[in-house]
Design a protein around this ligand. Structure first.
Ligand code: FES
Length: 332
């Protein structure tokens, strides 16, 4: 075994998560980058490298208050010793961003889940047009760094309420491909429809931002080829209750059956029954709870699967899905 192979194998082993699938990290730095928005940097407590990831990836933070929250990684580093996430303190927070800003400090040790990516960058696209609003810049900033390093053709339209709210402003002001928009100065929102219409027809389009921006983007891209349109949500797309009258979920590997009452989620019923299942956001936006469908027709409410993937009835996010049939059989 040569030394290069040995070193890379050791690095891969060191980057592997613990037996619970989680990685123990220490908060090593907090940097304010905009009003109410800070970058939080984490390193493994054993000093080993962290698993590699690609732009668009996010990690789960297992907070000391028992909550799980996922945040996009902001730095396009192929072999990271540090994970950096950008978090805005939301006054309406359910205990995630508020807790992180108010209670975490440099030196805090916590566990994280390894990176997952539902918002992949097509690095070979002839043109890339990125739309970001507010804290939605975090995965997009990672893409900007990567596209810049590759010398690809890209353009960014980034909107915030004011200059004080804009993270990475100084870096972006030095990039001619970045068009910065301030609602308070221009007297209106970014004209997403016009910018989409003006984009090259072979471009791949990406959007991460608040609900009004995502709605405008989805409306503007409805006639674009689906494979060229990429959206990342950080709030739930649909919070309507599960199928009226409930349904039964069968776990194929054990044969166990569980009734999901009206208004309950499959995830909650299975967790209450003591089934060990991965989950994180409980909003259909992170992909942690995805399960394989053996039979039955899920009523999808997630923001991860494409229309084609949802129609294929092969995968389901059980934190938010209902069921169109009386029975749903999962590969669990
Ligand atoms: S837990 Fe995040 S998609 Fe279900």
């Amino acid at each position: 075994m040569d030394s290069v192979t040995a070193t890379s194998k050791e690095a891969a082993l060191a980057a592997a998560p613990g037996p619970d699938g989680l990685i123990e990290v220490r908060l090593t730095a907090i940097r304010l980058v905009a009003r109410d928005t800070s970058l939080f940097e984490f390193q493994r407590i054993d000093g080993q490298p962290l698993p590699a990831y690609e732009p668009g990836a996010h990690i789960d933070l297992h907070l000391p208050n028992g909550l799980l929250r996922n945040y996009s990684l902001t730095s396009a580093t192929p072999a990271p010793s540090t994970y950096t996430v950008g978090i805005k303190r939301d006054p309406a927070s359910r205990g995630g961003s508020r807790f992180i800003h108010d209670e975490l400090h440099v030196g805090t040790v916590l566990k994280i889940g390894g990176p997952r990516n539902n918002f992949r960058l097509r690095e070979d696209a002839p043109h890339t047009v990125l739309f970001a609003g507010g804290i939605g810049i975090t995965p997009i900033w990672c893409m900007v760094q990567r596209l810049n390093a590759l010398g690809r053709d890209w353009r960014l339209h980034y909107a915030c309420h004011s200059r004080d709210d804009m993270a990475f402003r100084q870096e972006l002001e030095a990039m001619p491909q970045a068009a910065l928009h301030f609602d308070a100065e221009s007297g209106g929102f970014l004209d997403v429809a016009a910018l989409v219409a003006a984009s090259p027809k072979d471009a791949h389009l990406y959007c991460c931002g608040p609900a009004p921006m995502l709605a405008a983007f989805e409306a503007a891209t409805k006639d674009w080829p689906r494979e060229q349109v990429h959206v990342e949500y950080f709030t739930a797309k649909d919070l309507s209750p599960a199928k009226k009258g409930g349904f039964t979920v069968e776990l194929a590997r054990s044969g166990a059956e569980y009734f999901i009452p009206e208004g309950e989620t499959i995830l909650n019923v299975l967790l209450d029954a003591g089934i060990d299942i991965d989950y994180s956001c409980e909003l259909g936006i992170c992909g942690a709870c995805e399960q394989r469908v053996i039979s039955g027709i899920p009523e999808h409410r997630d923001s991860i699967l494409s229309e084609e993937e949802q129609a294929s009835n092969t995968r389901v996010m059980i934190c938010c899905a209902g069921c169109r049939t009386d029975r749903l059989v999962l590969d669990l």
